[in-house]
Design a protein around this ligand. Sequence first.
Ligand code: CA
Length: 426
Amino acid sequence: MVFVRFSFLIIFLLLGQLTILAQQKPNFILIVADDLGFGDLSINGSAQIKTPHIDELAQTGIRFTEGYVSSPVCSPSRAGLLTGINQVRFGHDNNIGGNQLGFDPEFLGLPLTEKTIADHLKKLGYINGLIGKWHLGDAPHFHPLKRGFDEFWGYTGGGHDYFRSEPDGKGYLSPIECNYKTPEPITYITDDVGNESVGFIKKNKAQPFFLYAAFNAPHTPMQATDEDLALYDFIEDEKRRTYAAMVHRLDVNVGKIIAAVKEEGLAENTLIVFISDNGGPVDSNASINAPFNGQKGILLEGGIHVPFIFNWQGKLPEGVTFDYPVTSLDILPTFLGLAGGKSDKELDGVDLLPHLLKENSTIPHQDLKWRFTISAAIREGNWKLVRLPDRLPMLFDLSKDVSEQKDVSLYHLGKTKELLKKLGAW
Ligand code: CA
């Protein structure tokens, strides 16, 4: 009898240990806005658009003032984000085109040689969900469910209509795919992505999870609800008014995700990350990248310097800024470090946690490099060199000229040559 009781006690203690071990692996929520202007969050100075929920993430977390993505357009940015490797290294330099001459559709997607965050985390016992936009290949072999994700609600293309999807629709009207239920007609897609994300959190709260909430907003088409448009009726320009309403709805749904994490008691075990996949395309969606010059598709700051926030209640510093350059490529190694895993490939990103907890006093990156179609750029310290094919290289001193207005390449020829050489070697 004593022995039986003792055995029960041992089993009970072991189960307790296992539960604690399982709980120790943190959850990851990666929220990605699409084509958001840097200056369009109230935390970044917008007096026109109110974003209290995204602001809350920053105010109770870490705001990276020098946060970059690895590409100024959607697909390559996501290829880098999800692999931790600069996508230029595996030839994913540009958006996925259609079936253009010379391109084999078999290869229009994230190369199968690369592992995603979801592939890595799956091996560590995580359940992974993608809600929203994929944009890393339409062919069946590129499908998110074949790239480490267990659950998928969304579309594989680069954008979607906000109000409509059709059973035989193509492009922005493509049907919504889902592997865990029959998708209902979309209401307003930003709300749907928010609601499905909340559903994923509630459903999978008992085990470590990775949620990739890839919102469409505020990417084109410019579509908002009448209710949200009414909130911004003081904005005269119709496109800007629609954009403001779309960002508002994005913020409301980020708020839903934060609330679900709190309600489920997961706040102290969940790292929430918020970024935009690239800067705002000023002309097409009326976004504002202030104080930066340039926009989506350009390697000036406006194309690649994005809102970048980490939030983890009780585990990371609250309401502080981190002022050294970081990149979206750092997200994968940071997640893997926390989950107790390691990549078998050389990564370009670094685990940011030691830097954030001040265990490592060095800066995360000596330099950052970009290549996009025929342009390239490098940032080293406060120097940034931008190389375009139709003019001499431009050098900016970001410590004095964050808006990249004054090319000082001829005043600092030595630095210009040095950076040009580094970029060329890369
Ligand atoms: Ca984008």
